[in-house]
Ligand binder design. Structure first.
Ligand code: AMP
Ligand code: ZN
Length: 537
């Protein structure tokens, strides 16, 4: 959206119709005050982020006959441990971090609780309204980290005398777009991750105010939908039929996509960029390095990636020949197996990066290297600048050529990895088009997990689906700050499980490996009859 459009929106906002919309939104705020709703305090400590959130949600029939959930985040914070010296997550350091920060974060969240004027709070004599529910990540994840969060959660549930729900971390990622929808329905949405997000919301509200509801940014997300979960520990394509029924279509037995990109990034990134990050999400830095001119907080649709999607399966599995003399083979190019595999691509990328000149001889000071962000865009998505098209890996490569070649490698690695993700999505959709009834057909692809914040990924998925005949599939990805681990998604999933009638028992333990698959040995989200993970409330 250009500035001129934005001014137009501001003007439209002054119009009487917008007044009506404002009143409707203000109505939500009053509703929140009046309605008790469900107030959930959530804790997420499955890895190295200490996260706490407070979510208030209630059912509204204000706009539709069918009740729709409206949510508001009263608190949503995360503190990430500094694991850079280990180059990855060190379990003992993560635990110590949670122990140091969790209680203080909970204390801060408690200060955001509404004032206690309910009969329950009068009984407890507390100055705030006690939450109705505790939600805590139970798995999958690092057991010691999970246990730290779970013990605090159990203590709070005991002290306040309220139920507790042990949440499946990947289910929470998968449900995040629903949370976003519920937040969008509330005027009090406070987690817009960027000016772009905020503008989109204003845009949507203005459209709604002028009677264009059908063009709202987030139409309802109904089951069934396909879920692409891409995080540091998982890469899964899941068919989600309901809150607790999920079928894994495709997964990886070895390295997860986020982990592969983090490892490749550590070899590809110039050292100054590698060391300037605040965390070990090297893959996020890799995206910034690969697309230096991508506006911070923008949407992929606002940027020309100059990317040509493979129009056929044959094109998808062609070897990628770089103009520098090295090649990359796409993952599983010789097989249509329903599997994800990033091992080979990751090692190829690392090997190529290792073969390039070391930076030590001409490393520039940070400011200068960062100024590369302003370097001109190359001609095509992967094309190097004309003067760098040498095919010999000469030690005399100038620094700029070196950067250009690394940038090319970063883009090519991401492109092949993302096309591999898309290839299996296309296979599922093709199969579904042939066999399923209308009821089972998915209309939406939800992309969640930390890697989902990658705008090039969103772009590749959208473009591949378009050229392969699935342009009608809507792609939904949460705002960036809800893609990576956070407690808001745990609060939402815990609230949904509670609404569906499920709670956990106080003797629950962390679950290191917990498959979402309803047909798997563990019985999926709910567990088996012999070993249930939830009980009826
Ligand atoms: P999660 O396990 O869901 O918290 O996600 C963390 C993973 O997502 C890490 O491997 C991150 O490096 C990765 N990640 C975060 N941001 C990006 C990004 N913009 N592009 C690719 N990977 C990312
Ligand atoms: Zn995660």
């Amino acid at each position: 959206m250009h500035i001129a459009n934005f001014t137009k929106i501001q003007n439209t906002m002054a119009e009487p119709r917008h007044k009506q919309e404002q009143n409707r939104l203000l109505g939500h705020v009053t509703q929140f005050k009046r309605q008790k709703g469900l107030l959930t305090l959530a804790i997420e400590t499955s890895c190295d982020d200490t996260c706490v959130a407070l979510l208030q949600s209630y059912e509204s029939t204000e706009r539709t006959e069918k009740p729709e959930l409206v949510a508001r985040l009263l608190f949503n914070k995360k503190i990430t441990s500094d694991q850079r010296q280990f180059g990855g997550v060190h379990p003992a350091v993560a635990v110590e971090w949670h122990q140091r920060h969790l209680a203080t974060l909970v204390e801060e969240a408690i200060r955001s609780l509404p004032e206690g004027n309910t009969s329950a709070s009068q009984k407890t004599k507390l100055p705030y309204r006690t939450p109705d529910l505790i939600a805590v990540t139970r798995g999958p994840g690092m057991p010691t980290s999970l246990a730290t969060g779970m013990e605090v959660a159990k203590g709070l549930a005991l002290a306040w005398g309220i139920p507790i729900v042990g949440v499946h971390h990947m289910q929470a990622h998968a449900l995040t777009p629903q949370l976003v929808e519920a937040l969008d329905r509330s005027a009090a949405f406070s987690v817009a991750s960027s000016p772009w997000e905020a503008r989109q919301r204003v845009d949507a509200e203005v459209k709604a105010a002028s009677g264009q509801q059908e063009e709202a940014q987030h139409p309802n997300l109904d089951y069934p939908y396909l879920n692409l979960l891409v995080s540091g520990g998982h890469t899964q394509l899941v068919y989600s039929a309901s809150l607790t029924s999920h079928l894994i279509q495709c997964t990886t037995d070895n390295i997860a996509l986020g982990d592969m990109l983090d490892k490749a990034a550590r070899k590809i990134l110039p050292p100054s960029m590698l060391n300037s990050g605040q965390n070990v999400m090297y893959a996020a830095a890799l995206e910034r390095f690969a697309f230096p001119r991508f506006p911070i907080g923008a949407d992929e649709r606002e940027y020309n990636f100059k990317y040509t999607p493979p129009a056929t399966r044959a094109a998808e599995i062609e070897q990628h020949n770089s103009p520098y003399g090295w090649h990359l083979s796409p993952p599983l190019y010789a097989s249509r197996k329903m599997e994800y595999n990033f091992t080979g691509l990751g090692s190829q990328a690392q090997r190529i990066a290792d073969s390039l000149d070391s930076f030590s001889s001409y490393e520039k000071p940070t400011e200068q290297v960062l100024s590369l962000e302003d370097s001109p865009e190359s001609g095509s998505d992967l094309a190097p600048s004309p003067d760098s098209s040498t095919t010999i890996l000469s030690p005399a490569l100038k620094e700029e050529d070196q950067i250009e070649q690394r940038r090319y490698l970063a883009r090519a690695t991401m492109q092949l990895a993302f096309e591999h993700l898309a290839s299996r999505i296309v296979m599922v959709l093709q199969q579904q088009a042939k066999t399923s009834g209308e009821q089972q057909k998915v209309k939406t692809l939800v992309v969640s997990g930390g890697v989902a914040s990658n705008q090039f990924l969103r772009h590749v998925l959208r473009r591949v689906l378009e050229v392969r005949g699935f342009g009608h599939i809507r792609i939904m990805a949460p705002p960036v700050n809800l893609c990576t681990d956070n407690a808001a998604m745990i609060a939402w999933t815990g609230s949904e499980m509670w609404r569906a009638g499920w709670v956990s028992k106080l003797d629950m333990l962390p679950i290191k490996k917990w498959s979402m698959s309803s047909t798997g040995e563990q019985g999926g989200i709910l567990g088996t009859e012999e070993k249930p993970f939830y009980v009826r409330r």
